[in-house]
Design a protein around this ligand. Structure first.
Ligand SMILES: Nc1ncnc2c1ncn2[C@@H]1O[C@H](COP(=O)(O)OP(=O)(O)OP(=O)(O)O)[C@@H](O)[C@H]1O
Ligand SMILES: [Mg+2]
Length: 212
């Protein structure tokens, strides 16, 4: 069973958006998927409640209540939506659950600064120092040809953490969330540019490079 956690101490950078989309991606590949929401805001569980019955099943777990205890042992993937503002012991306790951590970052100076601090803190966690977890960053809500995206791109390229993909700012994400869907479940004519942008992320998640 693989555990993929979406995490950044910074709020609003797209953790729940990425967690729900990663979960629906693997569910559509025929995998058994658990979506574990560790955030009391319950965004991922709310999304799951909106999910139409006819879509591939995803099993929801309220991680903030009783951890992964209720997760079926037979699942192939556990996708974990981590809460914002996790630091210190809470952060290291969360990291204990994951072999792969995806860190979304917005193109904004505040978010770049906050992520720099977060990545430092993350790299000081024992499990990360022992290289028992692989971390990748994602530029999220990107608008091409903006100076701030150039800054974010440059920052993510120069950190020693692998920079996996850049995802555009698109109404498709908002639309999909409202309907309990992932962007892979939207019609091709709407979502093909997003599918293309997700390719490097799904490819990374499928290979050994994202596993310790
Ligand atoms: N690529 C995107 N394009 C457009 N809107 C996006 C994108 N990613 C996220 N959003 C929107 O940005 C807002 C914040 O995203 P989300 O809730 O996923 O972030 P979060 O990191 O989980 O926030 P929190 O820290 O509050 O849990 C939401 O309104 C979401 O719909
Ligand atoms: Mg969230």
């Amino acid at each position: 069973m693989r555990h993929i956690m979406v995490m950044n101490a910074k709020g609003g950078c797209g953790k729940s958006t990425l967690a729900t989309n990663i979960a629906s991606y693997f569910a559509n590949q025929g995998a058994g998927v658990v979506l574990a929401d560790y955030d009391r805001q319950r965004s991922s569980l709310d999304w799951l409640e909106r999910r139409p019955d006819k879509q591939p099943k995803i099993f929801g777990v309220a991680g903030f209540e009783d951890g992964l205890r209720r997760a079926p042992r037979s699942a192939d993937f556990v996708i974990i939506d981590a809460p914002a503002r996790s630091h210190g012991k809470e952060l290291s306790d969360l990291v204990r659950h994951a072999e792969t951590i995806v860190v979304p970052v917005l193109p904004s100076t505040i978010d770049i600064q906050a992520t720099e601090t977060f990545l430092e803190e993350l790299k000081a966690v024992g499990k990360v120092m022992r290289k028992e977890v692989k971390i990748g960053t994602i530029a999220n809500r990107v608008r091409d040809n903006t100076l701030i995206f150039d800054d974010l791109d440059e920052y993510l390229l120069k950190t020693r953490t692998p920079y996996i993909a850049a995802l555009r700012d698109a109404q498709n994400y908002v639309r999909a969330y409202t309907r309990g869907l992932g962007i892979f479940e939207l019609p091709a004519y709407l979502a093909w540019p997003d599918w293309e942008e997700w390719e490097p992320l799904t490819a990374w998640l499928r290979t050994k490079r994202s596993q310790p």
